[in-house]
Design a protein around this ligand. Structure first.
Ligand code: BT5
Length: 254
């Protein structure tokens, strides 16, 4: 099965994720995509900002996978793999490209791309229809730094030009990433998260190494043990316990 994307472009918008979500609520079909030249209010996770000047890639895709909400987190891993695979065709040193849990792509330990998955619960849209925890749609947003990156972010950043890659336009990057994403999405639909997890682990940064995690006001230190079948991070704590973490931030260095 192959998914065809219908890519619209716009010079400026607050957030491509916000717009695609609005179109989805109005009934747009799977495959709608919006690319903006810049965003005035690009968003990250947990209400954070995504710095979005002209020259970089800001893209949001509308997907309608017939899946439960609990399974949707797998798409963030899948998107990271797609971006990493694309970057191996662009950057001089493929070994420098790594994935950081849950949703970042790193080059030489610096964040080059971020992914924001926003899923809509079908039951909220049609409360009487007995939808359980079915997903009505997902907006998969991705930002990839092509020619510039912000300074002073919590996690150090980079861009393709700074990392020694060749100059490429946001259009070219869009097509290159979608080409990698299509077969991965088909694989996920057909076989679930297990093969995605394997691909992700093969590209993961810092496996088996010390890590620091921030969960709200709590800080955890231990060894990064990988991810489980739900995409939760596995950490072997310095205290000797093991924990499985659904959501947190990894602090540098990883
Ligand atoms: C993310 O959040 O990494 C998800 C970013 C998703 C952006 C895309 S762009 C198209 C679509 N439309 C949207 O409105 N969003 C999506 P998070 O893991 O929370 O990381 C955010 C943090 O990364 C910020 O708090 C900064 O520290 C840092 N940051 C912000 N802009 C950055 C950039 N351009 N490059 C690298 N790091 C950045």
């Amino acid at each position: 099965m192959s998914l065809d994307f219908r890519i619209e472009t716009i010079a400026e918008i607050d957030s491509t994720n916000r717009w695609v979500r609005e179109m989805a609520l109005a009934g747009a079909a799977e495959g709608l995509a919006l690319r903006a030249e810049r965003q005035s209010a690009g968003r990250g996770r947990l209400g954070r900002e995504w710095v979005s000047p002209p020259g970089n890639l800001y893209l949001s895709l509308l997907l309608r996978p017939p899946r439960r909400l609990a399974e949707i987190g797998g798409l963030a891993f899948l998107a990271g793999i797609a971006i990493a695979e694309f970057l191996t065709t662009i950057l001089p040193d493929p070994a420098a490209i790594r994935l950081k849990w849950p949703n970042d792509v790193l080059v030489d330990g610096r964040k080059i791309a971020g992914i924001l998955i926003e899923a809509q619960n079908a039951a909220t849209l049609t409360p009487s229809a007995g939808e359980g925890d079915r997903c009505a749609f997902v907006v998969l947003g991705l930002g990839l730094n092509l020619v510039s990156h912000p300074q002073g972010a919590l996690y150090p950043a980079t861009d393709i030009r700074s990392a020694g890659g060749r100059d490429l336009s946001p259009e070219e990057a869009t097509h290159g990433i979608l080409e990698k994403l299509r077969p991965l999405y088909a694989l996920w639909l057909a076989s679930g998260f297990a093969p995605i997890r394997d691909l992700w682990l093969a590209l993961a940064a810092g496996l088996g190494e010390p890590m620091t995690l921030r969960l709200g006001t709590e800080t955890l230190t231990g060894l990064f043990r990988g991810i489980d079948g739900d995409g939760h991070l596995q950490i072997a704590l310095d205290s000797g316990d093991s924990r499985s973490i659904a959501a947190a931030d990894i602090l540098p260095p990883l």
